[in-house]
Design a protein around this ligand. Structure first.
Ligand code: UDP
Length: 389
């Protein structure tokens, strides 16, 4: 019986999965990752040489965030088989760390048998905007009964967890960001490649939004704002995930309706976000619901590129003391004004971004977040011996 079992339900590369990837790659503790479905996340773990395995979770993967009690009860038969299999696997670990809500639900049920210390790393705001009442009650109830400790990715997440009835001890750990891919990037080279590949005029201001295409991530707000900033081009980096496919089609309709087809560029999912961030003039975060953390905001700061973010949730904890511009969520006029202002005064914008880069390197350094996570793990399971397997 050795080490930490890191569990995530998703095969996709959302922010929670990228955070787990970073932790698994830098912790001093012996860890093994298990995911419930194959996909880019699993592939990336394997490519990086991080020990990973697939665990069959049955139809729990078909439950959506807004499902009610009937759907949740409908998965019980296949879930029972998964729980038994997972309980056997959990017994071989000293501690189990569930990195997503579905992983938490299955791990908590299996923990009725396995009886291991169980940490839930919560990357979500537990409100009706994001989850049905059933989903919240199931996850919170099971964690209160079968988990040991909660790591929240922001104070906003922690508050929502408490308001939803969560009773576990909580440690807030903001995501760490690996500074390496942001160092020594040839900014003008990246910009030149982007301008060439996307067909953007050399002198046009380039505004970018990084994030999966999802209704609450606010790409529609960014489109409306860019329509009000003549000459500026908008680059959307990210793809639809977690069943959000229809939104991309509606964004493309918005582009046509706004008549900005020549100024908007869909780049899809990219693995070179850090470099791309250094090659644009302004990065916007336009989420219309409170962001649990908002890795893209911390990354934009680390890139030293001026950032505008929606003033809600984790974003307020990231953008402090004038290191970015905060605008009310969903306020197209305020977002457009902030973009215009940054473009009009590049000297002030760059100065703000340089302050932001220094702040991000100090506050969101990956080694610090990893060490803090290791400390929580060792508090919950002191018997784990440092050193990779
Ligand atoms: N990301 C990426 N490629 C893309 C778009 C986004 O690697 O094309 C990354 C981005 O750099 C960030 C993460 O996806 O690290 C998104 O995390 P965030 O906390 O902003 O949002 P979430 O997806 O967790 O809601």
């Amino acid at each position: 019986m050795t080490g930490v079992l890191l569990l995530d339900h998703s095969g996709e590369l959302g922010g929670g999965e990228l955070s787990l990837f970073d932790y698994a790659g830098t912790t001093r503790l012996p860890v093994q990752v298990a995911v419930f479905e194959p996909g880019p996340f699993f592939d990336r773990l394997e490519e990086a040489g991080i020990a990973a395995e697939l665990i069959a979770a049955g139809s729990v993967l078909n439950v959506r965030r807004d499902n009610g009690i009937a759907k949740v009860l409908g998965i019980v038969p296949s879930l029972t088989r998964s729980i038994l299999a997972l309980a056997r696997r959990m017994r071989r670990a000293q501690l189990v760390y569930a990195n997503s809500q579905k992983a938490l639900v299955v791990a908590a049920l299996a923990n009725g048998i396995a009886r291991r210390p169980l940490i839930w790393h919560l990357h979500d705001i537990m409100t009706a905007t994001h989850f049905s009442g059933t989903m919240r009650r199931v996850a919170i109830g099971l964690s209160n009964r079968f988990a040991t400790h909660l790591i929240a990715n922001s104070h906003a997440t922690e508050v929502s967890y408490r308001q939803a009835g969560g009773k576990l001890p909580v440690t807030v750990i903001h995501n760490g960001i690996d500074p390496a891919p942001f160092a020594d990037v040839d900014r003008s080279g990246v910009r030149a490649a982007l301008v060439r590949d996307a067909g953007i005029p050399e002198e046009a201001p380039i505004v970018a939004l990084f994030g999966r295409l999802s209704s609450w991530k606010g790409q529609d707000v960014a489109l409306a704002a860019i329509a009000a900033v003549p000459g500026a081009h908008l680059v959307l980096v990210g793809s639809a995930m977690f069943g959000d496919g229809a939104f991309e089609a509606s964004l493309r309709r918005d582009v046509t309706a706004l008549g900005i087809g020549d100024r908007v560029h869909f780049l899809g999912f990219r693995s070179d976000v850090a470099a791309l961030m250094t090659g644009v003039d302004v990065i916007v975060h336009a989420s219309t619901a409170p962001e649990p953390f908002g890795r893209v905001i911390a990354e934009a700061m680390m890139a030293g590129t001026p950032v505008v973010a929606s003033a809600a949730g984790g974003a307020i904890e990231i953008v402090e003391d004038g290191t970015g511009v905060l605008v009310p969520p969903g306020d197209v006029g305020a977002l457009a004004a902030a973009i215009r202002h940054l473009i009009a005064d590049p000297v002030a914008a760059v100065a703000m971004a340089q302050r932001a880069r220094a702040t991000a390197l100090a506050r969101f350094a990956l080694p610090v977040a990893t060490a803090r996570t290791d400390a929580v793990v060792l508090t919950v399971a002191p018997g784990i011996v440092s050193g990779r397997t």
